[in-house]
Ligand binder design. Sequence first.
Ligand SMILES: N[C@@H]1[C@@H](O)[C@H](O)[C@@H](COP(=O)(O)O)O[C@@H]1O
Length: 278
Amino acid sequence: MRLIILEDADIVADWAARFVLQRVTQFAPGPDKRFVLGLPTGGTPLGMYRKLIQFYKEGKISFKYVTTFNMDEYVGLPRDHPESYHYYMWNEFFKHVDIDPAQAHVLDGNAPDLVAECARFERLIQEAGGVHLFIGGIGPDGHIAFNEPGSSLVSRTRVKTLAYDTLEANKRFFGNDISKVPRQALTVGVGTVMDAKEVMILITGVHKALALAKAVEEGVNHMWTVSAFQQHPQTLFVCDEAATLELRVKTVKYFKALSEEHQRMIEDAPVQAQRVLH
Ligand SMILES: N[C@@H]1[C@@H](O)[C@H](O)[C@@H](COP(=O)(O)O)O[C@@H]1O
């Protein structure tokens, strides 16, 4: 597990986008070799998407041969509702880049058979050969995707009823009216994300500080589902200073001492790009 501590949320967004650029470029996707990316929604990754759009416009990255799978979607919210994750992904990212819409998978929270929809999503991930890089966000209660406290750490894609804390946290997107937040969602399981070759979790803000401390300093605990990623062979937690406030000074010092190495992880990107081009 690596913990990458950066100054603020903007720098987290920039780092995350450069890391995606680095991974996709290094992989050199093509028609017979697609890069498979898992994607989150929420406020946290917005800056990363903006940066990736910028890289695309500058010709540094293409999504033509990238397949994506989103983490979650509300149940029963119309696809064109401004708070549906379909709407979010299309408006904040997909419509601005050259991704093939047929390769941009978002769970259908309006499917007539939700259980079958979840099984279909798992099958599609398998058929794509698994996820190379799953990017995630968390809730203040330490849930990853919509794997609420108490979720099985080997869970697969399924229907979840949302915890009160999640409804509270997400009501800001629904005019601060908790009754408007859908009560259920479809979500990839913790096990689904654990199967990815690499996982990058973005955590910013003081309201996520306790969750980060639980994720990093305490044991694996299904009441803080993000903590499962301690046991993933390639996990990056990328956070800002504010999110470290509940960590021990010792922990912060240890990981900050590795910051030069962390910087090198993204500085490779332009060099790799040249190698692919020539
Ligand atoms: N299901 C989503 C998560 O996938 C997301 O990571 C989380 C954090 O959102 P934000 O980044 O807005 O804090 O919100 C929701 O609960």
